[in-house]
Design a protein around this ligand. Structure first.
Ligand code: 2AL
Length: 174
């Protein structure tokens, strides 16, 4: 679907197609619909990421809390969203051995205890080793620094999801 087609979608279809570009937060897509028309895919990406950035800190934390744990209960129970399952499987998180699973569960637990929201990272840009390394590293962050890091990861996930749904912008003709 190109950006012209996206701009022509009804509210219901827009949310149906793009409702999970921020995990489990269709309200963000619903809000962004009223900013149509978008001049380009880049403009749509900017609309979503600027909307997230403008939220108060509690709103940002709310977005983080809507994310499933990596290699967590939803993956085990088959209750992940399609997007999240593809991303987690792509990073190898659906095939952890027992030692890796317990390591991930322990660090995810420590992280949630410390910050009050789940650890979020763009799984499509990392493999399981990098994810575990980042999880250990980010546990040492202060709260504000970590919230900002996690929101940057949400934006990366969102941009990649948008790019898998909307055709790329044509190159600039000068
Ligand atoms: C996720 C997810 O669902 N997809 C992704 O890239 N990262 N979740 C998370 N807690 O980081």
């Amino acid at each position: 679907m190109d950006i012209t087609r996206i701009n022509s979608l009804s509210y219901e279809d827009f949310v149906h197609v793009l409702g999970n570009v921020v995990e489990n937060c269709p309200v963000i897509t619903a809000a962004v619909w009223s900013m149509r028309p978008f001049a380009s895919l880049a403009a749509l990406e900017a609309a979503v990421t600027d909307f997230i950035e403008a939220l108060p800190e509690q709103g940002k934390e709310g977005i983080l809390r809507c994310h499933p744990d990596l290699a967590g209960r939803d993956l085990r129970n088959g209750t992940l969203t399609r997007e999240s399952l593809e991303e987690q499987a792509g990073a190898g998180l659906d095939a952890l051995d027992a030692a890796e699973l317990s390591h991930m569960a322990r660090l995810n637990g420590e992280y949630k205890e410390r910050f009050g929201f789940p650890f979020v990272i763009c799984a499509r840009m990392n493999d399981k080793e990098a994810i575990l390394r980042q999880l250990s590293r980010r546990l040492a962050h202060g709260c504000a620094e970590e919230r900002a890091s996690a929101i940057e990861e949400v934006k990366k996930i969102c941009r990649l999801r948008l790019r898998s749904l909307v055709l790329p912008d044509p190159p600039n003709r000068l």
